[in-house]
Design a protein around this ligand. Structure first.
Ligand SMILES: [Zn+2]
Length: 359
């Protein structure tokens, strides 16, 4: 039976790398397998989805919201699979029927993934989708459309989608994902049943990674950077480049905080150039949010662990916790606006100038 949750399983091989305390080098955990990970946690949400599949849907559009890498897409796909299965059991796809077999191969004619991995979802994408939805489902009981990262919808595309979200076509079901309801046009979010997907405790992630064969220091570093997001943790654990980039993006905030105002403005301008694409920018700001949390703990006197911990400890001791909390609030206000503004440079400059000076 295919389930929403996959039990942790110990891999049969272990990474050969020896323990390297405080290593800043990216982990290389070839044994970690994305398919094995599944979604861990979010028990109440999984139960709610099971009930919807087994007892009937109370909405035709669902919006899974949560930080990147928390498992939204995985969950959306599992939900879609259960909805197109011919013989779902206890709210789960059977994994054996024709529909399930085609879904697993990514070849299901009634499951539509909208947009490509890069860039925006345009009105042209939505028009093609609406034409497809005019036809009857080919083999499944219904058609399921997945709009991953719905924040990529252009305003025009969102408007083209509205009427269908309001008055569904036949048995069409929509599943959208986004980092929050604030980054999706309110007209779209208000027509969806919102499904919050939440992060897990870091220690649980650390234990899971160790259970899957990652060396303890690496597991701790990855868990610290992951902020309780299992899919992101797995990405960091298996992609050395991704791990290095996450550390680098996090450390930029420390550099900004330690710089003079002219240096800060110069760095902000360079970042605006390098991170002008919304997904990259959002990734950078997520790292900063995470770093603010670590600085806050250091400022409160808690001993820091994980990458750059000595630097974080040093800076944290020079900052008042209230000042770090204020910077975090400002960053949170800025993030939805940054999704829509063309002037990333001004927004970043404004943020760095709001960083309180260390004592
Ligand atoms: Zn099935």
């Amino acid at each position: 039976m295919r389930r929403y949750t996959v039990s942790p399983s110990r891999p049969t091989t272990r990474p050969s790398r020896a323990a390297r305390p405080n290593s800043r080098t990216a982990p290389t955990a070839a044994v970690l397998n994305h398919e094995q990970w599944g979604l861990v946690g979010n028990v109440a949400l999984v139960e709610r989805l099971e009930r919807l599949v087994s007892r009937g849907l109370d909405a035709h559009a669902f919006l899974f919201v949560g930080p990147r890498g928390v498992g939204k897409t995985f969950l959306a796909k599992q939900f879609a699979n259960a909805l197109i299965c011919h013989r779902p059991t206890s709210g789960h796809a059977c994994g054996d029927c024709e529909s399930c077999s085609m879904f697993v191969l990514n070849r299901h004619p009634d499951v539509i993934m909208v947009g490509d991995l890069e860039g925006r979802i345009s009105v042209a994408h939505i028009r093609v989708l609406l034409e497809t939805l005019n036809k009857r489902a080919a083999i499944a009981p219904r058609r399921v459309t997945i709009i991953d990262q719905a924040e990529r919808l252009t305003e025009e595309a969102a408007n083209a989608l509205l009427k269908t979200l309001e008055e569904p076509r036949g048995t069409a079901i929509f599943i959208l994902t986004a980092t929050s309801t604030a980054v999706v046009p309110p007209t779209v979010a208000s027509r969806c049943a919102v499904m919050p997907v939440t992060a897990m405790p870091r220690r649980t992630i650390e234990a899971e990674l160790i259970n899957r064969g990652l060396e303890a220091n690496q597991a701790r570093a990855v868990a610290m950077l992951s902020d309780g997001r299992p899919a992101f943790a797995l990405y960091l654990a298996t992609q050395p480049h991704g791990y290095d980039q996450a550390v680098e993006d996090s450390d930029v905030l420390l550099t900004l905080w330690e710089s003079t105002v002219p240096e800060q403005l110069s760095t902000a301008a360079k970042l605006a150039d390098a991170y002008h694409e919304p997904p990259r920018l959002e990734g950078l700001l997520e790292r900063w949010e995470s770093m603010l949390g670590r600085l806050l703990r250091a400022a409160a006197g808690l001993r820091e662990r994980g990458p750059s911990h000595q630097r974080i400890d040093r800076l944290g001791r020079r900052l008042h916790p209230a000042a770090i909390a204020a910077a975090a609030r400002y960053l949170n206000e800025l993030r939805p606006r940054l999704q829509r503004t063309a002037n990333v440079r001004l927004a970043l400059e404004s943020f760095v100038l709001h960083l309180p000076r260390p004592t």
